[in-house]
Design a protein around this ligand. Structure first.
Ligand SMILES: C[S@@+](CC[C@H](N)C(=O)[O-])C[C@H]1O[C@@H](n2cnc3c(N)ncnc32)[C@H](O)[C@@H]1O
Length: 348
């Protein structure tokens, strides 16, 4: 088979894939070739030369167009490559930033845990009592669980000592998670305020915390601010004032500070401190009862102490609908309150 017929067959096969302009150009070139050849063979040398010149012009124009198209394609390729490089670099930067963030968070949590463990150990070393040593593993376990439940956005103030123990804190947070209170009142602010605010941020409630000491109130407010929790929890200055209860006056938080509160469905009683005098927390139920919702949970810290035991016995006698829930858990007791009218409505 001759080369010519092979080229002819290839062109014929490709013809359907050519654009209209390409087919026209092909026919023009073919016609010019045939014309030039025919005129040369039949003795029309000048016409043949003219046709040949036209053919050269057409071929040159086609080559020019081809070069322009190729350079456009090359420019588009370079631009696409540049875009791809920018995207890859951006992804690399994001990946490095994400890894760095994770590393810092892990570092912070490690530091907080190490500090918390050191604090628990310090307390044990200081008091060095056998009873204290026995509670150490429990407090360590509770500390680990606390930090597993939340990732604090700033260093946590310490627990234990004046503040709630990790085991008590853990139980309080569990009650908040499971009972989902809307309005929480805390008597005595501190570390617990920050932890409760984290729990309420997740569960969707608000916390009002009282402190008789303006300096401690300010410290707790600063801690809430540092953790970005000022929108969830508020610390109110509540100076101690004589509060009459059944014919006797006790120094207690100024009740005026609570005057706007209603429907409180969770209370943590952890103040005033025992150091201010005997029966420091006794007035609590007498003042807050009218601020409670129809159903409320009351957590009473340091419930194993003599004064607190006496207060609980008096309250459960005096306030219908107030009962103890189970045994003492850690240092705190849990009481539940159901307003008698609500109980009556529920039964009939
Ligand atoms: C038992 S503390 C409240 C602790 C808080 N609920 C917590 O768990 O962090 C009661 C009050 O004692 C005061 N207080 C806190 N830490 C104290 C400390 N290290 N020494 C003396 N008083 C303190 C504050 O005024 C606080 O409101």
């Amino acid at each position: 088979m001759s080369n010519l017929s092979r080229i002819g067959r290839r062109v014929t096969r490709r013809l359907p894939r050519l654009s209209g302009r390409q087919v026209v150009a092909l026919f023009v070139v073919g016609a010019l070739c045939a014309g030039a050849a025919a005129t040369a063979l039949t003795g029309y040398g000048r016409v043949s030369a003219a046709l040949f010149a036209a053919l050269t012009g057409v071929i040159l124009s086609a080559l020019l167009m081809l070069f322009r198209r190729l350079s456009r394609v090359q420019r588009a390729g370079v631009a696409a490559q540049k875009d791809l490089r920018t995207t890859v670099e951006e992804m690399q930067r994001r990946l490095v930033a994400a890894v760095e963030r994770e590393r810092l968070t892990a570092g912070d949590r490690h530091l907080e845990l190490a500090e918390a463990i050191a604090r628990v150990k310090q307390v044990t070393d200081r008091k060095a009592g056998a009873a204290q040593l026995l509670t150490l593993p429990r407090e360590l376990e509770a500390t680990v669980q606390l930090f597993q439940g939340f990732v604090p956005r700033a260093p946590m103030p310490s627990s234990g000592d004046y503040a709630l123990n990790p085991t008590d804190l853990l139980e309080v947070l569990h009650l908040i998670r499971t009972r989902q209170p809307r309005r929480v009142l805390e008597l005595g602010s501190g570390t617990s305020t920050v932890w409760i605010a984290y729990a309420l941020e997740k569960a969707g409630g608000r916390l009002i915390s009282l402190d008789h000491d303006a300096e401690y109130a300010r410290r707790t407010r600063d801690a809430l601010e540092a953790h970005g929790l000022s929108g969830v929890a508020e610390v109110r200055d509540a100076p101690l004032t004589p509060v009459p209860v059944e014919g006797r006056e006790y120094p207690w938080y100024d009740p005026e500070v609570l005057s706007d509160l209603t429907d409180v469905d969770f209370v943590l009683i952890d103040g005033p401190p025992a150091a201010i005098g005997a029966d420091a927390r006794y007035p609590a139920l007498y003042v807050i009862e009218k601020r409670l919702a129809d159903r409320a949970t009351i957590v009473f810290d340091d419930a194993g102490r003599k004064d607190e035991q006496a207060a609980m016995a008096a309250w459960t006698q005096r306030f219908e609908g107030l009962t103890r829930e189970g045994e003492l858990l850690g240092r705190h007791a849990v009481l539940s309150f159901v307003r008698p009218a609500a109980m009556a409505a529920a039964h009939g």
